[in-house]
Design a binder for this molecule. Structure first.
Ligand code: FE2
Length: 310
């Protein structure tokens, strides 16, 4: 091939490639997006205990790609001992603040590179929103409310985001403890649950009670807020978009376990018998969440799935 012919062929191939890229870009809105499987874990109420070390080991063995911290970590004025324990998963960890983290919170913010106690981020088609149940002054609380409202509004109208997971420390819903103590955070329940309903939040993760509790999908009950309304009576497998979130308490990171009184009707399952974490696999091209409470003794203590189309 002469030099001239080669140059012409090269130019033709280059132009074809540019045209091809332009066509792909023009039609990219219609391209089929493929989401690889990924997973995330969540737990709160850790402590610097051998049980917390076991929870980290359990997470590492499961190969978690993201760890949502549900608050109450070292229970000490310094974060150091907990940071040592979570070293194998530190780079995968995104925290929310608990009431036991107050003294060390500036340290946590610094090391996790946070400027506020509430923030959001995406992994593929899943949106994660971390909230704070520890804000003290009214203007900070109002700022968070505005942030959450705008964030959820924007996300729920974004067709590229199929799932919304919200997490924080204190509970919107919980069974009473054995001695009758009610640890419900009324602000989270009455201010935020209506927003979670409105903007189609799928899962709400919380801690503070050192045990595991999983609700039915729930709508806020304006008439009787203590008794939220079941969206579905199915207990384990959900096959369509739900109009209210499933609330899961995962206060099983390692710092002691709390016994319940009776189980509230809006809960499918509760246990205080083992430490562990909630693992959620995002599978089937991002259309299915498969959640399991993996106890540190190797058993699957609870599981549920949600399927929805893009
Ligand atoms: Fe707490």
């Amino acid at each position: 091939m002469s030099h001239k012919t080669f140059s012409l062929v090269f130019a033709a191939v280059t132009l074809s490639f540019i045209a091809y890229v332009a066509i792909i870009q023009e039609h990219s809105a219609y391209a089929v997006v493929v989401f690889p499987d990924f997973n995330f874990g969540a737990a709160g109420d850790w402590g610097c205990t051998p049980n917390a070390t076991s929870t980290v080991k359990n997470m590492v063995e499961k190969g978690i790609e993201l760890n949502l911290g549900l608050g109450d970590y070292s229970y000490k004025p310094s974060a150091d001992c907990w940071l040592d324990i979570i070293k194998p998963i530190f780079n995968k960890t995104k925290i929310s603040i608990g009431n036991g983290d107050g003294a060390a919170w500036p340290e946590y913010m610094n090391i996790f590179n946070l400027t506020r106690q509430y923030y959001s981020f995406d992994v593929q088609n899943v949106h994660f929103l971390a909230m704070s149940t520890q804000l003290q002054n009214e203007s900070d609380k109002l700022d968070q409310l505005n942030f959450v409202r705008n964030d959820l509004n924007k996300t729920s109208s974004n067709p590229a985001k199929d799932w919304i997971v919200v997490y924080f420390h204190r509970q919107a819903y919980t069974s009473l403890l054995e001695g009758g103590e009610d640890r419900t955070d009324i602000i989270v329940r009455d201010t935020y649950h209506p927003l979670f309903d409105k903007y189609n939040v799928d899962i709400v993760l919380q801690a503070h009670n050192h045990n595991y509790q999983r609700s039915y999908p729930l709508n806020y009950n304006e008439v009787d807020p203590k008794n939220p309304i079941r969206v579905s009576n199915e207990t384990n497998n959900y096959y369509s978009d739900l109009s209210g979130p499933i609330f899961v308490t995962v206060g099983t990171g390692g710092n002691g376990l709390y016994k319940f009184g009776v189980k509230n009707d809006y809960l499918v399952y509760q246990t205080y018998s083992s430490y562990g974490f909630l693992n959620v696999d995002v599978i089937n091209n991002g259309t299915k969440l498969s959640a399991k409470f993996l106890s540190n003794n190797g058993t699957v203590a609870d599981q549920f799935t949600i399927v929805k189309s893009h």
